[in-house]
Design a protein around this ligand. Structure first.
Ligand SMILES: NC(=O)c1ccc[n+]([C@@H]2O[C@H](COP(=O)([O-])OP(=O)(O)OC[C@H]3O[C@@H](n4cnc5c(N)ncnc54)[C@H](OP(=O)(O)O)[C@@H]3O)[C@@H](O)[C@H]2O)c1
Length: 328
């Protein structure tokens, strides 16, 4: 009898420890179990990052440079790329960092030119990792209010550009028998994202394309890591007003931690990685493993989240679920 009590106690303690770990996690359990970056998978590898002129892309460039990668950095704003380059430190940085200005919406001919240049850098070593990180800025609106130009821009930058670039680059990788696409998707590519319908649609499309690409090409040496961050703190993150929800500013993972976890996921060859604090992480698990409950939950908070976004309030607050009183 006593043995059963001890076992029950141990089981309960393990459950509490696991639950605490889940409450305080900033990524999914598989990702966190990997611990640290596999440096040998990054050092001396040619890594091409889009959207490297600011935000998460800039921090990715900094961390990858420190790990000894040979970097190609892209975005439209060349001056900003120069600024980023100057700050990079590492075995091949800043001097050997290649700046490759690129507009993802410029059409296949321009993208082909960019790929040819990227392949020719570093004595024609070829691109080992393509990090599709660039994205169109995403002001929050309701699903019915999205203006046509915003709809087109979102899809052009977030999905059509990356697909075209991939279709042009992948044959080079296939010839070498290796290559790795790391794709910055979003939690909005895994769950409904009230107030961000078109952004969410573009990220679901990203997930669909790149998971399928991997299923077709992984036997030929092509890897794909789809990264799905929740709210991340970048210099351009708008300050959230706390006037309507005292003390409940949005809790965001830092860009540094997001970049670190992204590199851990890529270096361990993970197929998908989630990066977020609670409650977004829990919602991702719910929608993935218990979709009926997950979608019911999202239906409950959807309209309130759109309202919170309009008031620049906390769009990730638990109070959206528990029906806090509306402001007068
Ligand atoms: N921040 C978050 O909370 C969050 C959460 C989940 C997922 N994500 C994803 O993480 C990635 C990075 O997010 P972020 O917040 O760091 O983005 P960001 O600060 O808005 O930066 C976007 C980057 O994309 C580039 N870009 C925009 N339009 C482009 C175009 N037409 N052609 C080429 N480059 C273009 C921008 O450079 P130029 O303007 O110079 O071209 C910039 O470097 C995105 O894929 C985003 O969807 C972010």
């Amino acid at each position: 009898m006593q043995v059963i009590h001890i076992l029950a106690l141990l089981f309960f303690a393990a459950f509490i420890a696991l639950f605490y770990k889940f409450l305080t996690a900033d990524g999914d359990f598989t990702l966190l179990s990997k611990g640290t970056v596999k440096r040998e998978e990054i050092q001396d590898k040619v890594i091409w990052i889009t959207g490297a002129s600011r935000g998460i892309g800039e921090i990715l460039a900094k961390q990858l440079a420190t790990l000894g990668a040979k970097l190609i950095i892209s975005a439209r704003n060349e001056a900003e790329l120069e600024r980023v380059k100057k700050q990079l430190v590492g075995k091949h940085a800043p001097d050997k960092v290649m700046i490759l200005p690129l507009d993802l919406t410029s059409g296949e001919d321009k993208l082909r030119e960019a790929v040819q240049k990227a392949e020719s850098f570093f004595d024609g070593a070829g691109v080992d990792y393509m990090i599709h990180n660039a994205a169109f800025e995403r002001p929050k609106t309701t699903a019915l209010d999205v203006p046509e130009h915003s709809l087109k821009a979102t899809f052009d930058v977030n999905i059509l550009g990356p697909i075209s670039l991939t279709r042009i680059l992948a044959p080079y990788m296939l010839k070498r028998g290796r290559g790795h696409f790391v794709v910055m998707s979003s939690a909005a590519g895994k769950t409904p994202a009230p107030g961000q319908a078109v952004y969410s649609a573009s990220k679901f499309a990203v997930n669909g394309y790149f998971h399928t690409l991997r299923s077709e090409l992984n036997r030929k040496g092509i890897k794909v890591t789809v990264v799905c961050p929740g709210p991340i703190k970048t210099p351009s993150t708008p300050e959230v007003s706390t006037s309507s929800e005292k003390g409940s500013a949005e809790r965001r993972v830092s860009s540094e931690r997001c970049a670190e976890l992204t590199i851990i996921a890529a270096s361990h060859g993970l197929k998908e990685a989630w990066i977020s604090y609670q409650p977004v992480l829990a919602v991702m698990y719910l929608v993935q493993y218990m979709p009926t409950i997950g979608f019911w939950l999202m239906d409950k908070i959807g309209a309130k989240r759109v309202e919170a976004a309009a008031k620049q309030g906390n769009t990730y607050s638990l109070s959206l679920l528990f029906g806090k009183k509306k402001d007068q």
